[in-house]
Design a protein around this ligand. Sequence first.
Ligand code: NAP
Length: 276
Amino acid sequence: MSLYAVLGHPIDHSLSPRIHEAFGVLTGRVVRYERREVHPGGLAHALRTFASEGGRGANITVPLKGEAFALAARTTARAQRARAVNTLSWEGEAWAGDNTDGAGLVCDLTVNYGWPLEGRRIVLLGAGGAAQGIIGPLLDQGIAHLAIFNRTLERARNVAESCADARVGVIGSGTGSDTPPFDIVINATAAGLAGSLPMIPGIPDAFFHDVIAYDLMYGPKARDFLGYARAHGARAVADGLGMLVEQAAESFQVWHGVRPPTAPVLTRLRSEIGGG
Ligand code: NAP
């Protein structure tokens, strides 16, 4: 039987094995899917071992998406645009890389929540692998403006530059990208993993006025950011559980050729972890 896994650090609490196994049941397949702890710099070795043990597909999570992009022998257009890979498929001699994060987020926002994106002004907190994966798909939805805020300004500048799109700006770079009002604030930082807020003091309260706040983290780790957003004027908040399930469904389709139904899996996980 083929083997699948999610690789990253920290990995202990990843829900990906449960999600993929549930998709397997829903589509009539037995799916063997593991978690593997891999630290930065260790991905090439971990993937060699994984392939030799029968690994045929891997999801790549924090902080390895850039490393996975560099390692993949072939990458899809959406992975190239993101310069980050979250889905690897074994092609017999090498790994092919894809990025399903953006498709997962767009599906959650527009289909699961019914929030259209066309014409929206968006603040994006973070400029790492996840942020890079979602910018292109958000632009494709016809958003009006995307302002990136990142702890390391230079990284935000590099990401904005690589987009080569006049709708993308950087907060704190003096380009006027920081002018409210905004419609949506997306937290794509890893701050919640350490139980902290993503440098919120750098974000004026006005940014949260009447917005939808969305955290790519989910469950308890999203609580602080979403609570802060609500307390500062957000009209609706959502965590990233739906994105997690939808990006997994895209990966499942890449590997197995069928898109599984997501609603039953999302409903069950939501009832267990709470939030929303
Ligand atoms: P990454 O490549 O390691 O990037 C981390 C980002 O977070 C960088 O922008 C980093 O800023 C910033 N950051 C880290 N700690 C911070 C702190 N204490 N305060 C402010 N900023 C901080 O990670 P990633 O792959 O982009 O993942 C980011 C988050 O998205 C993770 O929490 C991940 O679990 C989540 N995610 C969720 C889904 C989903 O399906 N729901 C999918 C993908 C990712 P610097 O550049 O300054 O270091």
